[in-house]
Design a protein around this ligand. Sequence first.
Ligand SMILES: Cc1cc2nc3c(=O)[nH]c(=O)nc-3n(C[C@H](O)[C@H](O)[C@H](O)COP(=O)(O)OP(=O)(O)OC[C@H]3O[C@@H](n4cnc5c(N)ncnc54)[C@H](O)[C@@H]3O)c2cc1C
Length: 327
Amino acid sequence: VISTNAGGINVLRYGNTRNLVLGLEVVLADGEVWDGLRALRKDNAGYDLKQLFIGAEGTLGIVTRAVLRLVPRPRSSVSVLVAVPDPVTATRLLRRAQGDFSETLTSFELLEAPCVTMTLDHLGGGDTMVPGVSPWYVLIEVSGPADQASCENTVQRFLEAAFPDEVSDARLAISPAQADALWTMRESIPDAHNRAGFSVKHDISVPVSRVAEFLRQADAALHSAYPQVQSFTFGHLGDGNLHYNPLIKLDGHDPIDTRREVNRIVHDIVFSLGGSVSAEHGVGQVRLGDVERYRSAVELRLMRRVKEALDPEYLMNPGKILHEEAS
Ligand SMILES: Cc1cc2nc3c(=O)[nH]c(=O)nc-3n(C[C@H](O)[C@H](O)[C@H](O)COP(=O)(O)OP(=O)(O)OC[C@H]3O[C@@H](n4cnc5c(N)ncnc54)[C@H](O)[C@@H]3O)c2cc1C
């Protein structure tokens, strides 16, 4: 988990894994052990070496022990599925939610309608929790130290204030079972998507203020190149991280070429908006070429210097993140 810097649906509240690591012990490529198992909130005595190993996908050393920051379990939690007309409105609703709930806003997930309908079909029905027909939905969780009734009241007031400008309809989970059903639906989207046909997956991030612009540009570019494309987008709007996974009819086209072409269209737009081609899934081998294309020469050189300082023989998880350069 530390080497992947895993994220997910609660990053908005707790940060990704990086935010929860205070100290590490690492076995280095030369066999030495670095004991950085400090439990300090503040430590400005030089470079923050642990950050190098978090999210390094095992390419710089083997993490053997860690000190993690813990947070108290929230006393209450409220989930609500909200119908919104478009991503611009969803982003406005996010700003309102951040203003109203501050750090108790735990998740804010954007779901395009097919993600919800196909997933409910895949799960075998149970659409009673879905508000009226809408092109987009937002799944929100608020959790914190207040008692359950106060938390529910706060969310109710938020929804009333946002209606009808930002919220056209909403279903508030009134029991833990209903909340579980909503989050099971959200967590099952990748499974439903995998059964829906050929698709090209992306794990992109752009600044939150540019998510709607990204979607407008990417949808337009893909519809022009592939008129029969069906968009299928879900993700962590609160972090500007979308799983932009259009379904594409191959019509005899080569899947590898199609994947490459769609990746290029989408990633060029992401790059032009100041975004990243891998928000939380890392680089591995699949995104290696993308990193080389979209990171600057200076950044690539710095990454390579770090790699060669810690693992000059490219022993650690070779072929991931950076190609070994022919010497
Ligand atoms: C780069 C990447 C990003 C991911 N992001 C997410 C995410 O955001 N959300 C999510 O839900 N899932 C994510 N996943 C799925 C991920 O497999 C799991 O979340 C979990 O982190 C895997 O833990 P694991 O112990 O099974 O590691 P593995 O799947 O065994 O390994 C994952 C990576 O970590 C390296 N690694 C494993 N153990 C060590 C170690 N002791 N020291 C150094 N390196 C090690 C491996 O070489 C590999 O690159 C991600 C996977 C990868 C590879």
